[in-house]
Design a protein around this ligand. Structure first.
Ligand SMILES: [Zn+2]
Length: 267
């Protein structure tokens, strides 16, 4: 990674110098006057990726990590704490705003430590549909990837469909072992919407395998769910639930009744 950064730095410096010499009219014709939209610039006898490619490469990397274009737009700056009223409190007297703010800070520091190569506890973000938990989970993954780290964002119902499909048609596409192994050692795993739908014993066992593998290696996960802990235990089993509780900080994000934040900036 350091080598890559040093190379990129050299390229950027060279291109900035080239850019100063670029004819002024090019700026009006091409989106990128440096490479004239080819994505490459010539230096000496070699073609180098242009700086304009680094942002599209990052978008591709994020897409490969499971972040759709919509999820890629979710960052900590666009997480609006004003959606969480200060005047409403939970049973412990903590305001909705403080709960959301704490969850956001935990998520941000998890992203930074993960990008720095550290392991540790993850986050369990609980709350009803539209409370902003997917936004925080996506912001965490985006921040890790922005800093050159690795993350994998899985929408659990889709992931389980993929797993079942691979099980039925093992010889086509990714097989089950490949799909599961992607989740094992990635520095940050996001499991979005855990507990939606009914889980068979087979699915519960697969989930436990993943969660237990990461638990044993102290690898952080961000898990979101609409369920409370009792319902989560009914859905995915007590073994997985107790592992999750041990390996995660828990935030129960609250929003006012009858408000759907998905219509605004939150998901
Ligand atoms: Zn360019």
């Amino acid at each position: 990674m350091e080598d890559f950064k040093a190379t990129l730095h050299t390229i950027v410096e060279g291109l900035e110098k080239l850019g100063k010499d670029a004819p002024a009219e090019d700026a009006e014709v091409y989106n990128c006057p440096l490479c004239r939209d080819t994505g490459y610039v010539l230096r000496g006898d070699r073609a180098w990726p242009c700086v304009c490619r680094s942002s599209s490469l990052l978008r591709e990397k994020k897409a490969a990590a499971g972040l759709t274009a919509r999820l890629q737009m979710m960052d900590f700056d666009s997480f609006d704490l004003h959606c969480y009223p200060d005047y409403l409190k939970n049973d412990d007297g903590k305001s909705y705003r403080d709960i959301a703010s704490e969850a956001m800070q935990n998520a941000r520091s998890l992203a930074d430590s993960c990008a720095a190569g550290k392991t540790g506890r993850g986050l369990l973000l609980m709350g009803k549909v539209g409370c902003g938990k997917t936004h925080l989970a996506a912001a965490t993954a985006n921040r890790v990837l922005d800093q050159g780290g690795e993350a994998l964002f899985l929408v659990v119902p889709e992931f389980l469909d993929q797993l079942r499909f691979s099980y039925r048609r093992e010889n086509e596409g990714l097989d089950e072992a490949e799909i599961i192994s992607r989740t094992y050692n990635v520095p940050l795993l996001v499991l979005d919407d855990l507990g939606a739908h009914n889980y068979s014993d087979w699915v519960c066992n697969k989930l436990f395998t993943i969660i237990n593998h990461r638990y044993n290696r102290n690898l952080p996960s961000v898990i979101t769910t609409n369920l409370d802990l009792r319902d989560l235990e009914d859905k995915i089993g007590d073994r997985s639930t107790s592992r999750i509780v041990e390996m995660c900080r828990i935030s129960n994000i609250l929003v006012p009744e009858g408000q759907d934040h998905r219509l605004g900036t939150l998901v």
